[in-house]
Design a protein around this ligand. Structure first.
Ligand SMILES: [Fe+2]
Length: 235
């Protein structure tokens, strides 16, 4: 295991221990039984530098170890408050926390999908099989899909996400966006591919030129993961 990977794993383990203790304490103090398992920062399946030159190691390290970790930490802290409110029978207080649950929980869910959707340049393979057929059926060609996706994601006002999703009702693919950290499922689509268009995802390398980032990201899309997600969505 490389030193950076070891450090990340140790960091994630400490975070898990810290947040687990907090949640178990909160849950026990409510007088209810059982244990709520907190969210934790997932390890990346590649090194921080593995997505270069498309996404720099500096961005990946900051994005994963700081930004994503903060969503996890804040989500667990918010859930602790929700449990406390529920234990006290304070429904209004629990409801008031739902915005923070959605934002921080969404940040955790979205980034977890994003990391899976990416792969080192050396492992890149283009889409094929059922996924490629679905893309061609819906958008005409892979190029046409990528052009439409990039234009749609570039048009997100402020911070948010671009998505390729699967509509279970129609059996079709669709491109959509969400604001802030709203998860893709809030649009009714199953997320297959999510691209983070918050400035923290590209500013260190691409400054304010979001379209350049959206052009480069195709070099590190893990189409095998997208295909697996489509397979599961159809099941
Ligand atoms: Fe992000």
């Amino acid at each position: 295991m490389t030193p950076p990977m070891r450090r990340r794993r140790a960091y994630a383990t400490r975070a898990r221990r810290a947040s687990t203790g907090a949640l178990v304490r909160a849950f026990s103090s409510s007088g209810a039984g059982g244990v709520l398992v907190p969210a934790s920062l997932p390890d990346l399946p590649y090194d921080y530098s593995a997505l270069e030159p498309a996404i720099s190691a500096d961005i990946m390290k900051l994005h994963h170890s700081k930004h994503h970790q903060t969503y996890v930490t804040n989500f667990n802290a918010t859930m602790e408050k929700v449990l406390d409110a529920q234990a006290k029978g304070d429904t209004a207080a629990a409801i008031a926390l739902q915005g923070a649950v959605k934002f921080n929980g969404g940040g955790h869910v979205n980034h977890s999908i994003f990391w899976q959707n990416l792969c080192p340049v050396k492992d890149f393979t283009p889409p094929e099989g059922a996924l490629l057929s679905a893309i061609n059926d819906e958008f005409g060609s892979l190029d046409a899909f990528q052009t439409k996706f990039a234009a749609t994601a570039a048009g997100v006002q402020g911070s948010g996400w671009g998505w390729l999703g699967y509509d279970k009702a129609t059996g079709r693919l669709a491109i959509t966006t969400t604001a802030n950290q709203d998860p893709c499922v809030t649009t009714g689509l199953v997320p297959l591919l999510g691209v983070d268009v918050w400035e923290h995802a590209y500013y260190l390398q691409y400054k304010n030129v979001r379209p350049d980032y959206l052009k480069a990201v195709w070099d590190v899309v893990n189409w095998k993961d997208v295909a697996t997600k489509l397979e599961h969505a159809k099941a």
